[in-house]
Every structure is written in C-alpha cells, then in structure tokens.
Design a protein around this ligand. Structure first.
Ligand code: LCV
Length: 259
C-alpha cells in the first residue's frame, strides 16, 4: 500500500503524505515511497515539488516511526537509515522542495521541514523537535539543519524543551517562510511554485546546490567527530534510550535515570 499520493499539476510535483492510521510517521515504506516519487519527478525534470499532508490531517507527520527505531547498541540516525536517506533526497532534488504544512510536525519530520527549501504553513501548524523526549542523541547533520535556519538559541530551545512551537512563533523565529489562512494555503503555495517555475531552472538548480554545499561547510576535526560519535553511543546504548522507546510503545511517560 502506497503511503503517499503523487501528482503533477502544471509542472509542479505534489507528494501528499497519506498514512493517517499512523499519523504519517516516516516509516521505511513511507520514506521509500517519497524517494521514489522524487526520483520519478526528477526523471521528468519537474522543476519544483510540494510536500504536503491531506487537508484534514491533524498531524502533518508524527516523525520517525518509533516502532522501527533500532533498540540498543545501534545508532538510530545512521547514514543509511530511512530518515537520513529521505533528508538527502530532498536536499539533492534538482529544484526547490516546498513543505506545505497543515497540522503538527514532530521529531524527524521537523528535521524534514528544516531540510526543505521553503516552508509555508497555516495556523494549525506546530513544530516539535523531540530527541530529548525520545532519549535520542541527535546527529551532527540534523543539528546543522536547525543551525542553518534558526538563531542557535532558538534551535537549542527547540531541542532542549521538545515543546511544540506554534505557527505564529514559528513565523517569528524563521521556521516557516509564510503563515497563511488555512483556506488559502494550497493556492498560496501553488502561486509561489508557479512563479518560481517562470524563472531559469538551470540557474535555480545551481544556486540550490551552492546553498547545499555551503550549508554543510562546518569544519570539524576527525578527533572531534570521533569524540561526538563516542558521546552519542553512550546515549543510544543507555537505559534512557531504551526506556523512552518502551514507554512510547507502552503509552506511558518515560522515567529517565540519566544512565
Ligand atoms: C510510531 C506513532 C507515532 C510515531 N511512531 O494520536 O527526532 S527524534 O530524535 O525524536 C526521532 C527519533 C523521532 O522522530 O521520534 C518520533 C517523534 N515523534 C513524536 O514525539 C510524536 C509521537 N506521537 C504523539 O505524540 C501523538 O501521537 C500525537 C500528539 C502526534 C497525536 O496524538 P493523538 O492522541 O492524536 P495517538 O497518540 O493515539 O496516535 C495514533 C496512532 O499513531 C501511533 C500511535 O502509537 C497510535 O497507534 P495505535 O493507534 O496503534 O495506538 N503513532 C503516533 N506517533 N512517531 N507510531
């Protein structure tokens, strides 16, 4: 069963997340469907893509599928994991990927929003970055996605509190480009997509790639990288990581012990 709906309207690719039973969480099947759709649009040289949920979705995406999170002794956000492959597919798409947000956005889906080129939302949107709730040692590239878009103090507040940021504040701090009334969201987004489509795709393609390369230009020594990986391993090997996943599945609050 496809967890997305894919369509092309006037050379705008539209991917609609459509797995309401699990609140559009980014399970492997959902991620594979989105990547497949992006590859198809790319083969057809579609200059711009909109990533959205259905009009009636209360939750745009509940983030990483917690039931698919690796248990102990394995990095939950390693290079070839579904979420990381999805983020790279969005970054490497030939043209702009616009996130059109109606509903709440959680965890890995928040990182997906930060990785999209432009975000347009309505008043029902909110954005929660949840590793601290899930006992997850987020990864370096994920953190750069937030640092590239937000003042570092705002990014830290999102990670440390794990609280949802409501739409109005999301506009103030720069999580979203535009906040529009619910009933204008699709038309506003399509209008921007059509306007971008009147520009030079060749120029936009190069400019997007320049932004991607420069946004990843963080100098970090091999020793620092290995130290961070060691610190992260202590967390994903910990009781707290295991407890957070178990608590989620058992539908109860986790009891963190700091070990
Ligand atoms: C699997 C789910 C999920 C889900 N996975 O409806 O960024 S990191 O590091 O944290 C990263 C690891 C990450 O992304 O972790 C996941 C972060 N996501 C969240 O923290 C959101 C978790 N979900 C919720 O807090 C609630 O589901 C919200 C507030 C989104 C909606 O609440 P509501 O009461 O409307 P339910 O909680 O009843 O969810 C409906 C069904 O979807 C499942 C959930 O287990 C339930 O399944 P059952 O019907 O089988 O009970 N579900 C929700 N989120 N991320 N499954």
């Amino acid at each position: 069963m496809d967890f997305i709906k894919k369509e092309i309207i006037d050379r705008v690719g539209i991917i609609t997340l459509n797995h309401p039973k699990k609140l559009n969480c980014l399970c492997e099947k959902m991620v594979d469907s989105i990547i497949e759709a992006l590859d198809d649009f790319s083969a057809k040289k579609i200059p711009i893509v909109i990533l959205r949920a259905k009009e009636d979705a209360k939750v745009w995406s509940a983030g990483h599928d917690v039931t698919e999170m690796p248990r102990k002794m394995r990095d939950p956000l390693s290079y070839y994991d579904p979420l990381e492959k999805l983020l790279r597919a969005v970054e490497e798409y030939l043209g702009p990927v616009i996130a059109m947000v109606h509903g709440s956005v959680w965890g890995g889906a928040c990182d997906l929003i930060m990785t999209c080129d432009i975000t347009i939302a309505d008043n029902t949107a909110c954005f929660a970055m949840t590793p601290a709730k899930m006992g997850v040692p987020y990864n370096l590239t994920g953190i750069t996605h937030f640092m590239n878009r937000l003042p570092i103090n705002i990014a830290k507040e999102m990670f440390f509190t794990a609280d949802p940021v409501p739409a109005k504040r999301a506009l103030q701090v720069g999580i979203i480009n535009h906040l529009v009334p619910e009933d204008e969201l699709f038309d506003f987004t399509m209008k921007m997509a059509h306007s971008i489509n009147t520009r030079s795709l060749m120029s936009i393609e190069v400019i997007k790639e320049e932004f991607r390369i420069l946004s990843k230009a963080y100098p970090i020594s091999p020793a620092s990288f290995e130290r961070v990986q060691g610190l992260r391993r202590k967390v994903y090997d910990s009781h707290d990581y295991e407890e957070a996943i178990t608590a989620f599945i058992e539908k109860r609050q986790p009891h963190f012990e700091g070990q």
